[in-house]
Design a protein. Structure first.
Length: 301
């Protein structure tokens, strides 16, 4: 039987729904999701297997006008996935007309070749009937002759059709990854720290989310012969300013406790074991503009 396998870069502006879409297709929580822009900070691999095809998706940070070193690194990460990709998914928020960022990405993709691009008109569940035609036309004008599909990454509507458009663009090849259970290259430590950051994003507002990084400090597996099955994890939440510390800790530590409990439940379901999670908050002045800190946090090369 003919088998196709290849890599697909998922590009789009912040908040279009790229990570939600990849998670749905892969069937696993590969990338954390939030309603704050710039949630995804590095390119994340998510592998989807279906009869006759294997697709290696690369979910990227949203392409935007960067205001910090981190922002610049993130945009570079996104753009760098393109030369190695067999095809690209351009995810847009169809409930709104194209923005300057969408236009910028469209120009970038033009040099890649629109015949290898599928445009995902996402958030169709939010598209008001009176804008269906005009928004559709504007995105079509911007990206023709790329194929387009209206989707909802939340309900999964039409995501199977996106795959139907995508698979024929991939080369004939055996699977790139042999192990059918393999779905991401992230370590469980990486994923645990991301799950903690996701809870910070969910529970804080305004300037805090962008300025937060999470670092796993200790990860202690239960000793052999020990009756306790608990994995002890301690993690550091790095904020940019002293004023953000009390926000994260909350009154009598309530906020940190809430974040910790929610993250622990997620980490337990990820690794299938009981977890004791301890969180600390530390100020790392202007870490987003420090090359050294970005490297320490694994956010740049
Ligand atoms: N209504 C609606 N919301 C969506 C859809 N896809 C994603 N979202 C929401 O949009 C926000 C950003 O999603 P995310 O996947 O993090 O976007 P990314 O920055 O492009 O990776 C989150 O709050 C998602 O729940 C969709 O199809 N419909
Ligand atoms: Mg994302």
């Amino acid at each position: 039987m003919l088998f196709r396998s290849g890599s697909v870069a998922i590009l789009g502006r912040p908040n279009a729904g790229k990570s939600t879409l990849m998670n749905y297709i892969v069937g696993q929580k590969v990338a954390i999701v939030s309603n704050k822009p710039q949630t995804t900070r590095r390119t994340l691999l998510g592998v989807a297997n279906r009869p006759g095809a294997q697709i290696a998706f690369y979910d990227t940070p949203g392409i935007h006008e960067p205001h910090s070193k981190l922002g610049k690194v993130m945009v570079d990460f996104a753009v760098q996935t393109l030369p190695d990709a067999d095809a690209a998914l351009f995810v847009v928020d169809v409930s709104k007309p194209p923005t300057d960022e969408d236009k910028h990405i469209a120009r970038l993709l033009k040099s890649f070749g629109f015949e290898r691009v599928v445009v995902v008109l996402n958030k169709m569940d939010r598209l008001r009937p009176e804008y269906v035609q005009s928004n559709y036309d504007e995105y079509e004008e911007l990206t023709k002759p790329a194929q387009m599909m209206m989707t909802s990454a939340i309900t999964g509507e039409n995501l199977d059709k996106v795959l139907d458009l995508l698979v024929p663009l991939l080369p004939e090849s055996p699977p790139l990854f042999d192990d059918p259970d393999f779905y991401t290259s992230q370590t469980v430590r990486d994923m645990a720290s991301e799950l903690i950051r996701e809870q910070v994003l969910h529970n804080t507002r305004e300037e805090v989310p962008h300025g937060v990084a999470v670092q796993i400090e200790e990860w202690e597996e239960p000793q052999h012969g020990n009756t306790s099955e608990i994995i002890r994890i301690s993690a550091l939440i790095v904020v940019e300013r002293e004023s953000q510390k009390p926000i994260l800790i909350g009154k009598k530590g309530q906020m940190l406790k809430k974040i910790g409990t929610a993250a622990r439940v997620q980490i337990e379901s990820l690794i299938g074991a009981h977890v004791f999670l301890e969180l600390f908050v530390k100020v790392g002045e202007h870490w987003r503009d420090s090359s050294v800190r970005l490297k320490e946090l694994g956010l740049s090369e």
